[in-house]
Design a protein around this ligand. Structure first.
Ligand code: ATP
Ligand code: FE2
Length: 328
């Protein structure tokens, strides 16, 4: 079975094509909306997605080397995300399903980050540490659902990092710049560390950092180094607590922040210490992508799940544990 997946929950528009039998991602085309300064305006991102959608489809088909009649299933990200952008992906998915006369399936974006790990690696039942711009969650399967065991109580870790980088005048996205500067950091500056059970909070740290940056008393390198050490320790601690709580021995990383090599290293050390396994993906599968939507769609379709075209809506506020998991 070959599935074409569509991702449009936020600033990334993507088309992925996955061959289930060959266990292979045939194409994973990503086009992310970028701004020089400031945040993103939903209507502008939606316009961007409309502009790039034809080109993404063309590139994906070429890369996969297939024809439209080879496609067996259309999957799209149904939520959670920004209404304006989700609507573009859903409309595009409905049109393709009608045109090609193929079944359609709506997918939860957060769960797709976990399913791609199960598809591409040996992981069977991992705890997912999902760390992206807007999302910071520890997710695992328990009692027939994917459940959120811990999350950020205020801002997502990626957004936190981007704000910090903007204040240091390092540009956007901040993550890769912070990682680079952190490598030359020498001194650890003690910063607020806030873990509450399996949740974390970053607001206090953000205020503390703003003050420090204004005071200009620390070097950028030391600040970046100390921020990484502090925030990643918080993330690894909550991930470990979730593993202990659920009795699971696999950890999977997901989301753009998971591209960070120091976070990967800290997660690896924690896993080694508790004789657990860490699963790391290629960066293109960490960030928002459509291959994961196609993969999750395939799993759902195999379990007999289907979204009728008339019901193929969007779910901007869908929670991870709202989803009925029939495929596990
Ligand atoms: P969501 O999935 O929640 O909608 P998103 O679309 O912003 O969020 P991603 O594309 O998964 O998410 O991730 C983007 C984030 O990842 C940005 O905040 C960026 O700074 C961060 N990031 C990317 N590379 C690195 C890195 N090497 N280290 C730390 N953070 C990174
Ligand atoms: Fe994501």
């Amino acid at each position: 079975m070959i599935c074409l997946g569509i991702e449009s929950t936020a600033h990334t528009f993507g088309i992925g094509i996955v061959d289930q039998k060959g266990k292979k991602v045939l194409a994973n085309i990503i086009n992310a909306y970028k701004t020089e300064i400031g945040g993103i305006i939903p209507a502008k991102v939606a316009e961007h997605h409309i502009e790039v959608l034809d080109d993404c489809l063309k590139k994906a088909m070429e890369k996969a080397g297939i024809r439209f009649n080879n496609i067996d299933l259309i999957a799209y990200s149904q939520g959670p995300g920004i209404g304006h952008t989700l609507r573009i992906g859903a409309a595009f998915a409905r049109s393709l399903a009608l045109l090609l006369k193929k079944p359609l399936i709506g997918v939860n974006h957060c769960i797709a980050h976990l399913e791609i790990g199960r598809f591409l690696t040996e992981a069977k039942d991992p705890v997912l540490l999902y760390v992206s711009g807007a999302n910071t969650q520890v997710i695992a399967y328990e009692a027939s659902k994917y459940r959120v065991f811990g999350e950020t109580l205020d801002i997502g870790v990626g957004n936190f990092i981007d704000t910090f980088a903007r204040e240091l005048e390092l540009g956007f996205p901040g993550g890769p710049k912070i990682e680079e500067f952190a490598r030359s950091g020498k001194k650890y500056i003690k910063l607020p560390y806030s873990v509450k059970g399996m949740d974390i909070s970053l607001g206090g740290l953000q205020t503390n950092l703003s003050k420090r940056i204004k005071a200009k008393q620390d070097s950028k390198e030391d600040l970046c180094f100390s921020v990484q050490e502090t925030v990643f320790a918080m993330l690894v601690e909550v991930a470990e607590r979730a593993m202990a709580h659920t009795g699971k021995s696999e950890l999977l990383l997901g989301g753009g922040v998971a591209c960070n090599k120091r976070l990967q290293e800290m997660a690896r050390i924690m896993c080694e210490e508790r004789k657990a396994k860490l699963f790391v993906l290629e960066n293109q599968f960490f960030i928002d992508n459509a291959a994961m939507i196609a993969i999750c769609g395939i799993e759902m379709h195999k379990a007999g799940m289907k979204t009728e075209v008339e019901e193929a809506n969007i779910r901007p506020y869908e929670r991870t544990d709202d989803v009925e998991v029939k495929w596990r």
